[in-house]
Design a protein around this ligand. Structure first.
Ligand SMILES: Nc1ncnc2c1ncn2[C@@H]1O[C@H](COP(=O)(O)OP(=O)(O)O)[C@@H](O)[C@H]1O
Ligand SMILES: [Mg+2]
Length: 252
């Protein structure tokens, strides 16, 4: 069984924009999966559909074997979503933001409170939990959203560009935390603009361009798509994924 199984997914927005042209994608349980693609490729649309925020035009989506059409509520409980946009109330205390999210999943406050404290502490926000979210840095806002997404112990964490605007040092701290989660068996789907990040973190990677998957496989398989001639001339091992990415997504 896959954490996420998508078959021939199509999406045309009301505006007429064709965002997905028949996407098929399987994310194995326990995997760290990176979905890459240029702006407007359809990444957020896929995530929106999988999490029940966006209606699909056609195709099937299953989360841990549960159809989003037949069992939307069950499918949703498996997922913790860290969305692309910062979307918490800046006037609310951090601890309340996380605890209240637990409430949406039926978690009693007595259980949610210690868990929220622990999550915020693990994510380096222990000192801030009684403050509101207004004055948090970009990186702290993302970490708050990660804590909130994890309150109901989802088996599948979905992060849409979580490190956009986060400085390098904090980004690495976030990577370590995400690695720890996969070590505990949580499946992760991440979209990112930073190809180095994907190369460091992901076991499996898919590249989407203009609503179509143009590469999909293990990191090694996708890297092997690149013709190596001239790639390593400066001895720098990283950056190979970027070469593959540019080759597959640039305008012809
Ligand atoms: N709510 C919407 N209404 C109309 N078009 C949209 C909407 N959301 C996204 N799109 C369009 O769908 C395409 C895919 O967008 P998106 O999934 O956000 O891409 P990505 O996350 O890869 O940048 C783009 O052309 C975008 O402009
Ligand atoms: Mg997006």
């Amino acid at each position: 069984m896959h954490a996420l199984s998508i078959k021939d997914l199509k999406k045309t927005y009301r505006s007429g924009t064709v965002a997905l042209k028949g996407v098929s994608l399987d994310i194995p349980q326990g995997d760290f999966f990176a979905l890459l693609g240029p702006n407007g490729a359809g990444k957020t649309t896929i995530i929106g559909i999988a999490t029940g925020l966006v209606n699909k035009t056609s195709g099937t989506v299953e989360v841990f074997g549960h159809s989003i059409d037949k069992e939307p509520e069950v499918a949703k409980t498996f997922i913790g979503l860290v969305g692309q946009e910062i979307n918490f109330n800046p006037f609310e205390k951090l601890i309340d933001i996380v605890v209240n999210q637990g409430g949406y999943y039926g978690l009693p406050r007595s259980e949610a409170l210690p868990r929220a404290r622990q999550l915020l502490t693990d994510l380096g926000l222990g000192e801030k939990m009684e403050q509101n979210g207004m004055q948090l840095s970009g990186g702290m806002k993302r970490r708050l959203m990660i804590a909130r997404a994890l309150i109901h112990k989802p088996r599948f964490l979905v992060l849409d560009e979580p490190t956009a605007g986060v400085d390098v040092e904090l980004r690495r701290g976030m990577w370590d935390y995400l690695r720890k989660l996969t070590g505990e068996g949580v499946t992760i789907l991440l979209t990112t603009h930073y190809l180095e990040e994907a190369e460091q973190l992901a076991k499996r990677v898919a590249i989407i361009n203009k609503g179509e998957i143009v590469a999909n496989g293990t990191m090694q398989e996708v890297l092997a798509m690149h013709d190596d001639t001239g790639a390593a001339k400066d001895g720098y091992r990283g950056g190979r994924l970027e070469e593959v990415f540019l080759k597959l997504t640039q305008e012809k």
